[in-house]
Design a protein around this ligand. Structure first.
Ligand code: KG4
Ligand code: ZN
Length: 378
C-alpha cells in the first residue's frame, strides 16, 4: 500500500511516499528556518503563508522522487494536530482535497503518534535492509521531545493475526516550555542563532558542564511531568547585568552585520564563561529528560525506550542513554537525525496502520491546535 503523507504542523512543509509502512520511497522536507531565524522563533502567520507557497511543490517533489504519480497512491495520511492551527490547516485541507478529488481513502494522524512511528519505521527499514538490529519490543515508553512537545507515553501494541494496533497512555508532559523551546529561548537570549538546539549542542562540547550547576528540576505531583521555564529563567538571571549580557549584545550586533555564519565562527565569538553556561544548561535539560524517562520505564516496568522529536538529535542525550541503558537491561531506540525532526514519512507510516485497521477520515476532518494522544494515566 502506497501512502502519501503530508505534514505541516509547525515550520516544516513535508510530504513523503511510504510503501507498506516500512519503506520510504521519498521524503521531502522544506524547512522555514531562514524565514523565522531573525525572530528567534516560529512566527505563526509567516509559517502559514510559507506552507501555502510550499505545499504543492513539496507534494509534487515527493511524488517525483518516488517515481509515482497520484493515481498510483493508495491512500493519504495528513497531520490533524497538535500544532499551529494556521499551519496545520494548509496541509490538512490540501490532503483532504486531493483525497476527495482522487476518490482515495484518507486518515488524520496525531503528530505525536507520527514521532513514535518515526522510530518504528526506521527500525523496520534497517531490519529489511539486513542490518543486525534488534526489533523494537513492546510495551515501550516513548519520550517525544521537540520544540513544541515534551511528553512521555506508554505505547502498547496488539496484533491478533491482523494489523498491529497501537495504544497510547500519557504518563507525563511539560507543564510549561517544551525542552526544544528552552534550547531556542536560551540561544536567543545569548544571541547564538536559531534553532537553538543544534548550536547549543555543538558549543556545549567546548564548555565545562560542572562550572555552572543548575541543580535538579523539582516537580510536585506527577514526577513524570516536566518543567523547563524555571531553568530558562535561571539562565536569564545568570546573564542579566553581567559581562555575559554585554558579550551577548556584541554577538547580536556582529550577527546582524555578518550574514550567514559558521558554527566555528560562533564559537570564536563565545567566551569560556558563555561556553560553560550553555554546557551547564544543556546538562541540566538532558539529565532531567533522561532521569524522568528512566523513572517512567521503571514505573511502567518496560525494557524498551523510544526517543523521538527534534531534541532527539541532541548528541549528549544519545550518548547518555547509550551509557545508562545496558546496566538497566534497557534497549533505547532513536530515529536517524532526519527522521527525528518533523517529516511526513512518519505521518505516512502511522497512517498506514490506521488505514489497515479500517480507519477512514470523515469529511468533517479538521485541524486541532491541541490534540492529546491517548488517555492519561489513571
Ligand atoms: O521536531 P521538531 O523539528 O519540531 C517540533 O515539532 O518542534 O523539533 C525542533 C526542535 C527545536 O526546538 C530545536 O532547537 C530542537 O528541536 N533541536 C535540538 C537539536 N536539534 C534540534 N535540541 C537539542 N539538541 C539538538 N541537537
Ligand atoms: Zn514534531
Amino acid at each position: 500500500m502506497l501512502v502519501l503523507g503530508i505534514e505541516s504542523s509547525c515550520d516544516e512543509t513535508a510530504a513523503a511516499v511510504v510503501a507498506n509502512g516500512e519503506h520510504i520511497l521519498s521524503s521531502v522536507v522544506a524547512s522555514q528556518v531562514l524565514t523565522h531565524e531573525k525572530y528567534g522563533g516560529v512566527v505563526p502567520e509567516l509559517a502559514s503563508r510559507e506552507h501555502l507557497r510550499k505545499i504543492r511543490p513539496v507534494v509534487d517533489e515527493a511524488l517525483a522522487r518516488a517515481s509515482v504519480d497520484l493515481t498510483a497512491i493508495d491512500a493519504l495520511a495528513v497531520t490533524e494536530g497538535p500544532g499551529l492551527i494556521g499551519s496545520l490547516l494548509v496541509g490538512l485541507v490540501y490532503g483532504k482535497a486531493l483525497a476527495f478529488s482522487l476518490g482515495k481513502p484518507l486518515v488524520g494522524v496525531n503528530h505525536l503518534e507520527g514521532h513514535v512511528h518515526a522510530v518504528l519505521l526506521e527500525n523496520k527499514m534497517a531490519r529489511l535492509a539486513g542490518s543486525p538490529v534488534e526489533a523494537v519490543g513492546f510495551p515501550a515508553v516513548t519520550l517525544v521531545v521537540s520544540g513544541g512537545h515534551t511528553s512521555l507515553f506508554l505505547v502498547k501494541t496488539r496484533s491478533e493475526n491482523g494489523p498491529a494496533l497501537f495504544s497510547y497512555q500519557r504518563l507525563g508532559q511539560t507543564r510549561d516550555d517544551a525542552a526544544g523551546e528552552a534550547f531556542d529561548k536560551v540561544a536567543k537570549l545569548l544571541a547564538l542563532g536559531y534553532p537553538g538546539g543544534p548550536v547549543i549542542d555543538r558549543l556545549a562540547r567546548f564548555g565545562n558542564p560542572e562550572t555552572v550547576n543548575f541543580g535538579r528540576i523539582k516537580m510536585k505531583g506527577n514526577l513524570l511531568d516536566f518543567s523547563f521555564s524555571g531553568l530558562k529563567t535561571a539562565v536569564l538571571y545568570r546573564v542579566r547585568s553581567t559581562p555575559l549580557a554585554t558579550e551577548a549584545e556584541e554577538r547580536r550586533a556582529w550577527r546582524t552585520t555578518a550574514g550567514r555564519v559558521t558554527p566555528q565562527e560562533i564559537r570564536e565569538h563565545c567566551s569560556p564563561a558563555t561556553l560553560d553556561l550553555v554546557a551547564g544548561f544543556q546538562n541540566a535539560v538532558i539529565t532531567d529528560l533522561i532521569e524522568r524517562t528512566l523513572a517512567a520505564a521503571e514505573t511502567a516496568r518496560v525494557k524498551t525506550i523510544l526517543v523521538s522529536g527534534g531534541v532527539a538529535c541532541n548528541s549528549l542525550l544519545r550518548e547518555r542513554f547509550a551509557d545508562v541503558a545496558p546496566a538497566r537491561g534497557l534497549r533505547v531506540f532513536f530515529p536517524s537525525l532526519h527522521l527525528s525532526t518533523d517529516n511526513a514519512a512518519m505521518i505516512a507510516a502511522a497512517g498506514y496502520y490506521k488505514l489497515l485497521a479500517g480507519a477512514r477520515a470523515e469529511t468533517s476532518l479538521t485541524a486541532h491546535a491541541s490534540f492529546p494522544l491517548g488517555g492519561e494515566r489513571q
